[in-house]
Design a protein around this ligand. Structure first.
Ligand code: SF4
Length: 442
């Protein structure tokens, strides 16, 4: 094995981002040091995403760059969802790869590194049934203000378009004691915002005798001294209970933002997607959230062009946007994925038609967002300052509702506002963010 230096590039979701933080912690504990570029590194790792074909192809185009000699003496590894999905086929497709490890096997990384250091060139970690979660004594966190905590890994649902059950395995929840200890440690090291992560956080069930459910866990994390904000993602409407709304109402530290993926507004499409809820059941949850005194911001995920989606189905989705008025949406064209049930469905929607529907959907949502954000002009919002846009001379803040609010602040005597909570009056609004000015307290 060349020098114990490593480079890691991460693709995909927040779960992957946090997995990489833990993988980096594991590498550092095993004597590796991070470098900035793959060219400098002895070990080059890609933590991959397989949610859509485009995402999957990214890792192979990266590996291609090192195919002709420039990768000589380096060790390459593919981690994450493409690793689990493609397994040993990756060695054929990219013979210069020596490590293929799925997220359900990360706790074996130390022993896999020993195999690599011994010169083995086909090292794998591909078991999905280990029944354990990836916990490591050291997590090298990228964001100094908001800390991720994974509470549950894998998923027991089988949405017809989704690769996650095949790439991350069955659900396994961490113990409440382990999560609470991590939350206290984070508060102790100065974090004020925590984001609880899982493919489906609502189905969290504490495996220890305490037996906490998600609502209980959420309320306890919110009560940790020093924690001012708690976020959670991703929820599943089927498991999203009223008790969660009641906990949000009762705990101001829980941010008033809920991401509740709907995917489609049509019952026919939801049934073909195997989402396990219908439009009415979903709307009932939206009513609970809208009735909350906490003015909860709503966001969602939508797929257009799922096999069998008719023009009328699509219009049901557009109508849903008008009914719910989300503050933002993540919207995608359906992408056929390996191993998923949707591959066998008939009535595929042509690519061009998927594109037409996506454009219409995004334009409608854009006008909703402009109207909703404009309604905030003149209001005062509290933001956690996460960054600085030097070019614009603005600080970048995020509200409890998860809106980005860029603002100017009179001279702070050079003091950085990063990590601080600042009150900001909204002066302008765009479709995806707000602009304002700091409100100076006397
Ligand atoms: S709930 Fe459905 S979409 Fe979400 S991770 Fe599980 S299978 Fe995928």
């Amino acid at each position: 094995m060349p020098a114990k230096t490593f480079y890691i590039e991460t693709f995909g979701c927040q779960m992957n981002a946090h997995d990489s933080e833990k993988v980096i912690g594991t590498l550092i504990r095993n004597g590796y040091s991070p470098v900035e570029t793959p060219e400098e590194a002895g070990l080059v790792l890609y933590n991959t995403c397989s949610i859509r074909d485009k995402a999957e192809q990214k890792v192979f185009s990266r590996l291609q760059q090192f195919k002709r000699g420039s990768g000589k003496g380096k060790v390459f590894g593919v981690l994450g969802c493409v690793a689990q999905q493609e397994g040993e086929r990756i060695f054929e497709r990219a013979p210069h790869v020596s490590l293929v490890c799925g997220s359900a096997s990360y706790s074996r990384l130390p022993e896999l590194l020993v195999q690599l250091e011994a010169g083995e060139n086909r090292v794998t970690g591909l078991s999905l049934n280990r029944g354990e979660t990836f916990e490591t004594p050291l997590t090298r966190r990228d964001n100094p203000h908001r800390a991720y905590i994974t509470i549950i890994e894998g998923c027991d649902k089988s949405c017809a378009y989704c690769v996650v059950p095949f790439t991350r395995g069955p659900e396994r929840s961490r113990t409440s004691a382990g999560i609470m200890e991590e939350a206290r440690q984070l508060a102790g090291s100065g974090y004020t915002e925590i984001q609880l992560l899982g493919q489906n956080v609502n189905s969290y069930r504490d495996p220890s005798p305490a037996g906490w459910d998600f609502a209980t866990l959420l309320s306890r994390v919110a009560a940790v001294p020093g924690i001012r904000r708690v976020r959670f993602t991703t929820s599943h409407p089927r498991d999203f209970g009223r008790d969660i709304v009641e906990v949000i109402d009762a705990h101001p530290a829980i941010c008033n933002h809920v991401h509740l993926p709907v995917q489609s507004g049509s019952d026919a499409v939801l049934a073909r997607m195997q989402r396990l809820y219908g439009r009415d059941e979903y709307m009932r949850r939206i009513e609970w959230l809208k009735a909350s005194p906490r003015n909860i911001s709503l966001t969602t995920d939508i797929i257009v062009g799922f096999p069998g989606e008719t023009e009328e189905d699509f219009h049901r989705t557009l109508q849903l946007l008008d009914e719910v008025e989300y503050d933002s949406i993540f919207s995608f064209k359906y992408s056929p994925r390996p191993n998923t049930a949707a591959l066998n469905l008939d009535r595929a929607v042509p690519e061009e038609e998927k594109g037409r529907r996506l454009t219409i959907l995004q334009e409608k949502q854009r006008s909703i967002q402009i109207r909703r954000n404009s309604a905030l002009i003149g209001s005062v919002e509290e933001v956690l300052v996460e960054g600085r846009n030097a070019a614009l001379g603005q600080w970048i803040g995020r509200t409890s509702q998860n809106r980005v609010l860029n603002f100017a602040s009179p001279a702070t005597n050079g003091d950085s506002l990063l990590g601080r909570y600042v009150s900001v009056r909204v002066t302008r609004a765009g479709p995806n963010s707000l602009v304002g000015e700091a409100v100076l307290r006397a």
